[in-house]
Design a binder for this molecule. Structure first.
Ligand SMILES: [Zn+2]
Length: 308
């Protein structure tokens, strides 16, 4: 990192610590130049819940370290119902320097069933998400908090908002030509998988993407039967859920400037330990939300056209 970059990071951290432009949102104070702004809607959840979101947000800001282009919210974007969250008409008009996430924890369907939904809503012209939403069921959130898994579930969902599995088609990093054997094409994820996660043969040319049909999680996660307990598989086990270098590599493939220092140790299980590619035990996290809007080259709001 150049001295200039270090200074810029220090300046950004100071800006937020001083409360300037931070408003009521929560922004971690580390030195990342990736701005992640979390705005709570409705009745703010307990401090413990909010702290789990902060832990997840801090991990993302320690992983994505480079700045993104600042975007102004187009005037035709007026209400969060445009992101599937009706009843929340107040939208911040402040320019978005990185990613703004509107989060709400509310009653959906009680224990079990739907945990909620999360994903990007508005993406830049270069396909990086600028505005996203996270909506979780209060009952499930309390359960996850009690079992100590909330921060990891939030991190999984926040990575979808950042773009994991949600802008893969736009960035042309997924190949679903053979739907039963979808593949992630990004070179940096493949390299990380081979160099750091024991994937010399499994990731020899591409990274296996979850392809089992039926639960909505296919084409947006690593393959459960190959990546097992890794954070970005569709099912979250009760044990450790490492954030692998492969996942961080996939973010770099999306155009983010990343640091691999946040990667947890992770080795792909040997062939003997691989599970069948079918619903495994563990918490099913469901299908991430796809973007709804995209900024065109002139910064105008245009309906998102899925490329899958
Ligand atoms: Zn997911």
């Amino acid at each position: 990192m150049t001295p200039t970059a270090i200074l810029r990071r220090a300046a950004l951290a100071a800006l937020c610590l001083a409360g300037v432009a931070c408003g009521t949102s929560t922004r971690p104070d580390d030195a990342s130049e990736y701005e992640l702004e979390l705005i709570w809607l409705g009745t703010p959840p307990s401090e413990q819940v909010r702290s789990s979101f902060d832990v997840a947000g801090n991990t993302i800001r320690a992983t994505i370290v480079g700045p993104l282009s600042t975007v102004a919210l187009p005037t035709s974007f007026t209400n969060l119902s445009q992101c599937g969250l009706p009843g929340h008409p107040d939208v911040s008009r402040e320019p978005i320097r990185g990613l703004r996430i509107y989060a709400i924890v509310e009653s959906i369907d009680g224990n079990g069933g739907t945990l909620g939904s999360a994903g990007p809503c508005l993406i830049r012209n270069d396909d990086t998400p600028a505005l996203g939403v996270m909506r979780f069921d209060d009952a499930d959130v309390q359960n996850l908090l009690s079992s100590g898994r909330l921060a990891r579930v939030v991190l999984h969902e926040m990575l979808h908002v950042v773009g994991f599995g949600t802008v893969w088609y736009d960035q042309a990093v997924i190949d679903t030509t053979t739907p039963t054997d979808a593949r992630f094409l990004g070179l940096l994820a493949r390299q990380a998988c081979r160099d750091f996660n024991g994937g010399a043969s499994i990731c020899a040319s591409t990274v296996p993407v979850h392809s089992a049909d039926g639960d909505g999680s296919r084409f947006s996660h690593w393959r459960e039967s190959v990546f097992a307990n890794e954070l970005m598989t569709p099912f979250l086990g009760s044990g450790a859920t490492p954030l692998s270098a492969t996942t961080i590599g996939s973010l770099e493939d999306l155009g983010y400037e990343v640091s691999y220092e946040t990667a947890n140790p992770f080795t792909l299980p040997g062939a003997a330990a691989l599970r069948a590619d079918e619903p495994a035990t563990g918490l099913m996290l469901g299908e991430p939300m796809q973007p709804r809007w995209k900024l065109d080259g002139a910064g105008r709001l245009t309906p998102y056209r899925p490329r899958r």
